[in-house]
Design a protein around this ligand. Structure first.
Ligand code: PEP
Ligand code: MN
Length: 342
């Protein structure tokens, strides 16, 4: 960390900074410029963070040097991490398709979506039994019966299941069924929930909060990793901007930055980013071309009747076509499509 002193700060004010740093075992190094001085702090950054340095007289700013995230940072872990979800792998070595219904509505609808996902080449089935909805009057998901339906879909298709958990008290029973837990955008900074999914040991897909910076997103991942669970897949799903014509704004630059900053795999959800069926295919292709490690796509066999997010759901045939296109593009880019493993 570096403490930047105000122009004209007195030697006594600089000395007060040095003393505060020394008290917690740090070594201050004063660099005197023509106009102002800076004090570089050598030692354990964590201890300096709690010091009220910025309140001392003569201090202009206190700047952190280095990354606040550690366990998920590429800085400390150069090799990319691959995350195993059931019999599937998400990582740099291949491009994965994750697909399924936004919400589990009925056994028939969920199975139709699961079969569509499988037929399109998906290696992981997504689907929500617990739905965090903006309106309390909207369909909130089937809850436990929805989990059972997902388990039946896994049985029928062989696809591992990824499903959202929205409360810490649900983690245990959701983790008992799911192959991977999803943390949605609204819960991206629910730190108690993040710690709980970290403790579950299950792979976690962590969506970016719709108003989170990349650093905040990675700090959320750090909460999970801090519990000893590094099986984290980051998911860029669009952020809120001033633009109302799309549900969110897909931040592909953010996806790339997250990949550079972290060793964790990063996938893209064009369905929730766009909120519009017509944009899902071009955005999925863009995500692949930009180097994402996979895409997550909503599918429904009757979107106009869907209880959740129908306007963004692809029909099974559209998903099949998209799966084939992605496989071809992946091949052209020298990046194989992820295949089911045993
Ligand atoms: C979802 O994937 O079903 C979902 C609710 O997504 P998000 O949290 O990105 O809105
Ligand atoms: Mn949804």
């Amino acid at each position: 960390m570096v403490v930047v002193m105000k122009v004209g700060a007195t030697p006594q004010e600089i000395e007060a900074v040095e003393q505060m740093v020394r008290k917690v075992g740090g070594a201050p190094h004063v660099v005197s410029g023509v106009l102002r001085s800076i004090v570089a702090l050598v030692g354990d950054d964590e201890r300096f963070l709690d010091l009220p340095l910025s309140t001392l007289p003569g201090v202009e700013t206190v700047q952190r040097i280095g990354k606040p995230y550690k366990l998920v940072a590429r800085e400390l872990h150069q090799a990319p991490t691959s995350v195993r979800v059931g019999n599937a792998t998400i990582g740099r070595e291949s491009f994965a398709l994750i697909a399924g219904p936004c919400a589990v509505e009925t056994p028939r609808q969920a199975l139709a979506a699961a079969e569509a996902a499988k037929a399109a080449g998906a290696t992981i089935l997504r689907g929500g039994a617990y739905k965090p909805r903006t309106s309390p009057y909207s369909f909130q998901g089937l809850g436990k019966p929805g989990l059972e339906i997902l388990a039946d879909c896994r049985e029928a298709t062989g696809l591992p299941v990824m499903t959202e958990v929205i409360e810490a008290r649900d983690v245990e029973h959701v983790a008992a069924v799911a192959d991977a837990l999803q943390i949605g955008t609204r819960n991206s900074q629910n730190y108690a929930l993040l710690s709980e999914v970290g403790r579950s040991g299950k792979p976690v897909l962590l969506k970016r909060g719709f108003s989170s910076t990349i650093e905040e997103w990675l700090m959320s991942a750090e909460y999970i990793a801090r519990e000893g669970n590094a099986n984290i897949i980051l998911c860029e799903r669009g952020i809120r901007t001033f633009e109302p014509m799309t549900r969110n704004t897909l931040d592909l630059a953010g996806m790339i930055v997250a990949q550079n900053e972290s060793h964790l795999p990063v996938v893209v959800d064009p369905s929730h980013a766009a909120g519009r069926r017509d944009l899902v295919e071009p955005l999925a292709r863009a995500a692949l071309a930009a180097g994402a490690d996979g895409v997550m796509i909503d599918v429904h066999d009757n979107p106009s009747e869907a209880l959740c997010d129908g306007p963004q759901a692809l029909l099974p045939d559209d998903l099949a076509r998209l799966g084939a296109e992605l496989a071809k593009l992946a091949q052209d880019l020298g990046r194989p499509m992820a295949l089911p493993e045993s």
